[in-house]
Design a protein around this ligand. Structure first.
Ligand code: ADP
Ligand code: MG
Length: 680
């Protein structure tokens, strides 16, 4: 049998350590000092074995009675140890020969761990232990336990952090007047307390992150986030943009041609946007509104304003289906008032594409709508004045950068149907101005939501049948299979075949992400015109699709979908006059999280309420793909802490104006070189 030495297989020690530290983001002294404990252990006291509470970690001082390796049920090392009050067993399932050697009868140990009732009486599994040195005293401070990674021990981390604390610059970046106003402790004192708590600090106070020292760190982290976002905002604002001034002829013509009046919320948003467009610096605005709140018409008004001011406008959407919906709708609105709308996606034939690109470059085409094909290198606008992006967070970082370059000097409007709780919005959108559509157009009938077990699928199929025979239409959303697109496709095709067999007298269509664009478009337009009655679809229809006659939606394996997804999907129905329903088919058994999600979606139709619950269930880290958004995840602060977020926002504003050097130092400490990432 070959004999492998672990040590030989690993790369050189220094490299390994550096790599592991890098994995934790620990490069500079500032990184180390801001790497704060997860919790603390109290090794300042010895607990008598008799007084130990099961499940609570404690330190004991014991003498080894005996130790042995046993083989039942598997190889393990057992040591009997005792103090004056009682005895217990130490159990090691993995151990080194050196550990075994240390556990000789008669040796005095300090051990730390949680006591459990084991087969042989009280025991501790894998305790931390060391042999007590002659005259060794107890530590005076609580022991910090740091977040770490495999192969990097607490002792090493502690040592490195202590060294960094000695060397690092702990100057307070928060001007004293601001700090005192907020009643926060000084930075150096707060940081030292958290790494090496003074003897009088108790574990309970530190572990609950309510301590002023923790508040200071949380505030600083939020401040760094706000500073960085505000700075990016100011930098973009400093660039010039054409003032778009229009006499409102075209916008008035559009409004006169619509079969409805704008809601109050739409009017307000449009006023805010029009005011921005008249400024000599680029608009950086987000138009946020729940599904169905009517963002498209506001976008149309903005584009007409730009056109009338002599510029071009572009609207980009993350999927071809969504882009095409926009195109159809806008073409139907704008062509009658004499404005040409061009359509550009990657799937156009080469010749068509070249023709569109040429008309965009010459300025003949005032308005272009499409997918990210719009921001490809070949596309040059003659005089782009306004760039609108729908569901911006669904684009990748690279595409967002490309867009930024292309629209560098244009006004920008982002649109989103992802409702974000207010505190979260302050962080995500600190670099944007926000207009909110907080009211739905009148005349909508609320969607009824039903939870139905998969076992009753037949009844649901019957319901679809009935609805379609009565002239209605239905969506049938296929199960989500996140781990494999191929499997997802296969499932979609099976679902389609099964429904086609179950409902032979209905016309059924299938749309999924792998279809060619032309095929997709054909299916969608057949659904729009009611040639197809049941549309079997993957989540490609999640956003933006608008077919008012479709009043029934079935979501299969609803328990696999996220809350935001379910809300978006459900928003596809309830757009017409008919009473609409959304049926969530679920399979037993339901996990705890799935059950909680279904409960929320069943009980609420309010996007903001659902988003709040989503945030609660998932935590802000994952919310709308925080990683993708380029925003660093918060380690210590909680975005739900509205008061602190608001203070950080105000202080950031103040510091950028009155203490720019302190602001720069603060950013350097917290973000180091990583700030660039934020700008993506
Ligand atoms: P979303 O905000 O989800 O993008 P849309 O812009 O697609 O919403 O609008 C949803 C539907 O409501 C569309 O059919 C649109 O024409 C219609 N709509 C928009 N504004 C109004 C309004 N003020 N009154 C009535 N219907 C409206
Ligand atoms: Mg929309």
């Amino acid at each position: 049998m070959p004999c492998w030495s672990l040590a030989e297989k690993k790369p050189a020690g220094a490299n390994t350590l550096a790599a592991r530290l890098a994995k934790l983001g620990l490069l500079t002294d500032a990184d180390f000092i801001l790497h704060l404990p997860l919790r603390y252990e109290d090794e300042t006291r010895i607990t008598a074995i008799r007084d130990a509470q099961p499940g609570l970690a404690a330190q004991f001082e014991v003498e080894v009675v005996d130790s042995e390796i046993t083989y039942r049920p598997r190889r393990q090392l057992l040591a009997r140890v005792a103090d004056a009050s009682g005895a217990l067993t130490l159990r090691f399932l993995n151990f080194y020969p050196s550990q075994q050697k240390a556990l000789q009868a008669g040796t005095r140990l300090r051990i730390f761990g949680e006591l459990h009732d084991g087969y042989l009486g009280p025991e501790i599994i894998h305790p931390r232990f060391h042999v007590v040195g002659a005259g060794e005293s107890l530590p005076e401070r609580l022991t910090p336990v740091y977040p770490t990674t495999a192969g990097l021990g607490q002792a090493t981390l502690r040592r490195l952090i202590e060294r960094a604390l000695e060397r690092a610059d702990l100057t307070d970046t928060l001007p004293a007047s601001l700090r005192e106003g907020l009643r926060l402790p000084e930075f150096a004192a707060a940081i030292r307390r958290l790494h090496t708590p003074p003897p009088e600090m108790t574990k309970a106070v530190l572990d609950s992150r309510d301590h002023p020292a923790w508040r200071r760190v949380q505030f600083d982290e939020l401040l760094a986030q706000q500073l960085s976002l505000r700075r990016a905002y100011t930098a973009r604002r400093a660039r010039g943009a054409p003032r778009l001034v229009a006499s409102a002829t075209l916008t008035a013509a559009l409004l006169a041609s619509l079969p409805f009046r704008l809601t109050k919320a739409q009017q307000r948003a449009w006023r805010e946007i029009a005011a921005d467009l008249g400024q000599p610096h680029p608009m950086q605005r987000l138009l946020q509104g729940d599904v169905g709140s009517g963002k498209t018409v506001v976008a149309a008004l903005a584009m007409l304003h730009a056109v009338e001011a002599g510029h071009q406008a572009a609207l980009m959407a993350p999927t071809e289906i969504l882009a095409e919906q926009h195109y159809r709708k806008l073409a139907a609105w704008l062509q009658p008032i004499g404005i040409e709308v061009a359509w550009l996606t990657g799937s156009l034939k080469k010749r068509e594409k070249e023709a569109v690109i040429a008309r965009i470059a010459s300025g003949e085409t005032p308005i272009a709508i499409g997918t990210h094909a719009l921001i490809e290198d070949k596309v040059e606008f003659a005089r782009l004045g306004l760039a609108i992006v729908d569901e911006q967070h669904r684009f990748g970082v690279r595409q967002r950068l490309a867009l930024k370059e292309k629209g560098l000097f244009a006004h920008q409007l982002a649109m989103s149907a992802t409702p974000i709780p207010r505190t979260l919005a302050m962080s995500y959108y600190a670099d944007l101005d926000v207009s909110v559509l907080d009211e739905l157009p009148p005349g909508r009938t609320p969607v009824t939501t039903k939870l139905v077990s998969e076992a009753r699928r037949d009844q649901v199929v019957a319901r679809v049948h009935e609805a379609c025979r009565a002239g209605g239409q239905a969506y049938w959303v296929c199960p989500l299979i996140e781990e494999s697109e191929t499997l997802q496709l296969k499932t979609a095709e099976e679902t389609f075949a099964r429904l086609a067999a179950d409902l032979p007298d209905l016309r059924i269509g299938l749309v999924h992400g792998r279809l060619k664009a032309a095929e997709k478009a054909a299916v969608m337009s057949a659904f729009v015109t009611n040639e197809i009655q049941v549309l079997v679809a993957t989540t490609v229809i999640e956003v933006g699709v608008d077919v008012p006659n479709a009043s029934l939606m079935v979501i299969e394996h609803a328990e696999r979908f996220g809350l935001a997804q379910l809300h978006q999907l459900r928003g596809r129905v309830g757009r017409g006059v008919a009473q609409s329903a959304c049926i969530l088919l679920y399979a037993q058994p339901l996990g705890e999280l799935a059950r909680a999600r279904l409960k929320v979606i069943f009980e609420s139709t309010d996007g903001f309420e659902i988003a709040r619950e989503d945030l609660r269930l998932r935590g802000p880290g994952e919310f709308i793909g925080a990683r993708q958004s380029g925003l660093p995840l918060l380690r210590y602060a909680d975005l739900e802490d509205a008061a602190l977020v608001e203070q950080a926002r105000a202080v950031a504003e103040d510091m950028l104006h009155n203490a720019p050097e302190a602001a720069a130092a603060h950013l350097q400490r917290w973000l180091g070189g990583r700030e660039e990432l934020l700008k993506a």
